[in-house]
Design a protein around this ligand. Sequence first.
Ligand code: 3HC
Ligand code: NAI
Length: 645
Amino acid sequence: MTVTIDRAGDIAFVTVDNPPVNALSQAIRQALWDAAEALDRDASIRAVILLCAGRTFIAGADVSEFGKPPQPPHLPDVVARIEAAQKPWIAAIHGAALGGGFELAMGCRFRLALDTASVGLPEVTLGIIPGASGTTRTPRLAGVEAAVDLVTTGKPVKAPKALTLGLIDAVVTGDLREAARAFAAQALSLPLPPPVSARPIATKDSAWWDEQRKAIAKRAKGEVAPLHALDCLRAATDLPFAEAMAKERATFLALRASDQAAALRHIFFAERAAPRPASLKDVPPLPLTRAAVIGGGTMGAGIVAALREAGLPVTLIERDAEALSRGLSTLSGIFDAAVARGKLTPEQAQARIAGVTGSTDYATLADTDLVIEAVFEDLAVKRAVFAELGRHCRADALLATNTSYLDPRRIAEGLPNPARFIGLHFFSPAHVMKLLEIVPTPETAPETLATGFALARLLGKIPVQAGICEGFIGNRILKRYRAEAEALLRQGTPIAAVDAAMRAHGFAMGPFEAQDLGGLDIAFLQREGARAAGQHVPETLGDLLVRAGRKGQKTGGGWYDYTPGNRSPQPSAATAALLAPHVTAGEALSPEAIATRLTGAMAAEGRAILAEGVALRPADIDLVKVHGYGYPRWRGGPMFGSGVR
Ligand code: 3HC
Ligand code: NAI
């Protein structure tokens, strides 16, 4: 870690070098303070340029310090010190100026940024609010509306947009240091603008604030930081600067010590640790330049889209010409939807589809590095596919199955060179969902496993290694969760009360409405398959509904009734009648008690999974539930929530 000062004529350059992201540790804050003191004393200097070494400008406070007591100098004081410097400071931004990094930039008299840079205040994503004037200086630069948007969503903006909003003063290209020097020379020839804290701030009427509050509360689903951020922004418009700063600081410190912030930090660090497990540090992955997907159904098409997004050319194999054309049109549908939502230009969509070769002939896979199988969930069908792959693919090509419930060891039986076989369990829709369960068999080679993780990095997914068991980590816990939810119904808790309790807990949906959306038949067929194979699988309440033709929204009813064109669940007399013989009236449970029962069941299954070695770390289970199953991020996942760290 260093903060160095060098000089070019009457301009000083203060360079922060604290890899990997120039986070503002205590030592950096102190060094910046000392630099401001030294440069104020240096009569030869007329302006100071603040810039960073490495891949980014300062990405914020050092999050790893948040679990400990704050150490001086505190960041708001450093920002104020720089703003009060006798020579103007100019922030020269590349990469990202985030959180405390952008707050420091706002303490400078000017901000300029490379056109590729971005700026933002992502604190709410860590369960806190900006703690060094993000809520007080931002509205003075960009106006209250833009500030509310930036601070309460935490979403960064690109430099050109930041310029339009007034967050920065110039966008530059090429050599940032030279551009900043030229900017400084020009700025010194003109009268200086007032420091940001002294600039005027327009207020809004209470109706506007009330409207914001309602919209944010709806979006936040129990997360408290965005609402506190809004309160501080309002205070910034109502109170003198110093008083608003005091409120911001007090709120920041209180939230920093909160359970929600601890949970969000846990997920933040778990997400960053997941793609590079220490155990694979010295294992080089195999090169990935050409991929293939077998089966162009729901999952296959999504996986192709994800591979294309990462730039890999893909061959899609289907069982016949008709199924192939269906698969390719599903794929076009994905790209068309992305164009309609403004995520892709028509040209980009065209290029994505042009990179896909459809075929029914396995001989086209002779030069493929990676094949992902996503055909029907049927052992014989999958084995037949892998027999073809064994015949036609290179001996070192990685062969993966996307099975949800089958035993990957049985799928791989008979495969020549099973060391390159692995399970890669994507989640639906595969081009959207971030989670990837990686399931090695006992024969999977370390290079194959490392390549699975490399693929996840390439696709921007969050990989979690899972051991072999029914449902791996995610679906196994889901099964236990659903069973516990059914147990509540059997004890007399109304269906709608269970769903409402889980929504109140922070889930987007409760367990029963989620099943109606996805279809009850998938899990039913899986249970029936197990029964047919001689396993003892007790009858579930869901089985009763499916047998009565109630498979969810697609049949007009499942746990609830639905009217055509309306997806909102209505209590169902038919369901009540079907379940009545299995329900005994019990004591009414509070929403909290319901949520405790269900999250407790998930955690109990998680503990079993850990004990069996199916998951390697509690944090992996948390990532699976947060990224694959809608577990509220701000609760940190079932394991974190139950104290298993
Ligand atoms: N503090 C401590 N460590 C951090 C960090 C931070 N603010 N930001 C990133 N890191 C670490 C990561 O844990 C990771 O460590 P590892 O290599 O040991 O796993 C390493 O830096 C690289 O991080 P990424 O993998 O995320 O790197 P990318 O290049 O993909 O992304 C980034 C760079 C966009 C800067 C991204 O790291 C990021 O978004 N960081 C968080 C930014 C943030 O939330 N800032 C606000 C902090 S709170 C604050 O500033 C409070 C203030 O208002 C007082
Ligand atoms: P799907 O029924 O939508 O698609 C399967 C596709 O495979 C069909 O297009 C079919 O024509 C094709 N196919 C069948 N036999 C083939 C063969 N011999 N050769 C080439 N293509 C063949 O099924 P879905 O939902 O896409 O599931 C595929 C796999 O992914 C299954 O193993 C499933 O368990 C798994 N999975 C499904 C998830 C989901 O949410 N649907 C989530 C995660 C995994």
